[in-house]
Design a protein around this ligand. Sequence first.
Ligand SMILES: NC(=O)c1ccc[n+]([C@@H]2O[C@H](COP(=O)([O-])OP(=O)(O)OC[C@H]3O[C@@H](n4cnc5c(N)ncnc54)[C@H](OP(=O)(O)O)[C@@H]3O)[C@@H](O)[C@H]2O)c1
Length: 279
Amino acid sequence: MTEMTERSGGRLGRRPVVGVLHPGAMGAALGSALKARAGVVIWADGGRSHATAKRAELADLIAVPDVAALARRCDLIISICPPHAALGVAEEVAAALTDRDPDEWPLYVDANAVAPATVRGVAELLGTRRVVDGAVIGPPAWERGHSVLWLAGEPAAEVAGLFADSPFDTRVLGTELGAASALKACYALQSKALPAIWLEIAEAAEKAGVSEALHGELTRGGIDLPEQLAKLSSRASTKAWRWAGEMDEAADTMAELGLPDGFSRAAAEIYRRWSGSTS
Ligand SMILES: NC(=O)c1ccc[n+]([C@@H]2O[C@H](COP(=O)([O-])OP(=O)(O)OC[C@H]3O[C@@H](n4cnc5c(N)ncnc54)[C@H](OP(=O)(O)O)[C@@H]3O)[C@@H](O)[C@H]2O)c1
């Protein structure tokens, strides 16, 4: 079977060209994890910051000028960017592929912390049989045992194979698009929505002039508020702007499931305020 017929059947070749959009902390780790099995791992330089270029260089990824150049070369694209940008990135890729035979379009993994509806929007642009819904639980992985990449969708098992023996433990959640994203949204309610309440509690007590009394009461109940705030701050200080987008997507997930979405909407607002963003 030639590489082209392999691709037209939705199959990756033996040494696929993989593109990472974009090599942030997680994208650089995912790109690096794929180097062993990919022919080459590329990234798109256009519009990205010096920090992204530096991370890509350290991860030994190959630069191409822009998203269009990347989309035209790739057999597989991994979208790993701020959640609010996920659909826009897929639109850029779809626009770049209009002059490529649809049978040769790449597989596309949306590995962002987005709602299932966002993944279905990506599939409308790029084709359900080419899209894999992905979600990472754990930090950017440079060694095994810390992070799991969950995958769902028709070509999920094939993509999982590329990560064999890599620092990312990869698990397939079935063929239905949205399953991995729903899992991530549920997890994020625990990891990001719940901790946001500490920020609201602290600010409310300060505004009401009852901080000291509250600290006393919480301490009596075995809760150390400054410690909770310090823990959250060390995790979120540079990421709150991105967590706001993730909480918006988690809220959309809850709403789609017919559940109250207020926890995650409030968390989104809290992280937006905290990061000083006005968006
Ligand atoms: N880091 C983690 O611990 C972790 C864990 C699980 C899942 N994730 C998921 O991984 C994804 C990326 O996280 P990360 O930690 O890699 O973030 P990051 O380090 O902030 O990197 C984000 C990357 O996306 C690019 N970017 C920024 N704004 C963009 C926009 N509007 N459109 C397109 N690209 C844009 C950035 O490029 P420039 O800055 O150069 O513009 C950067 O290369 C998120 O969906 C997140 O939920 C992260």
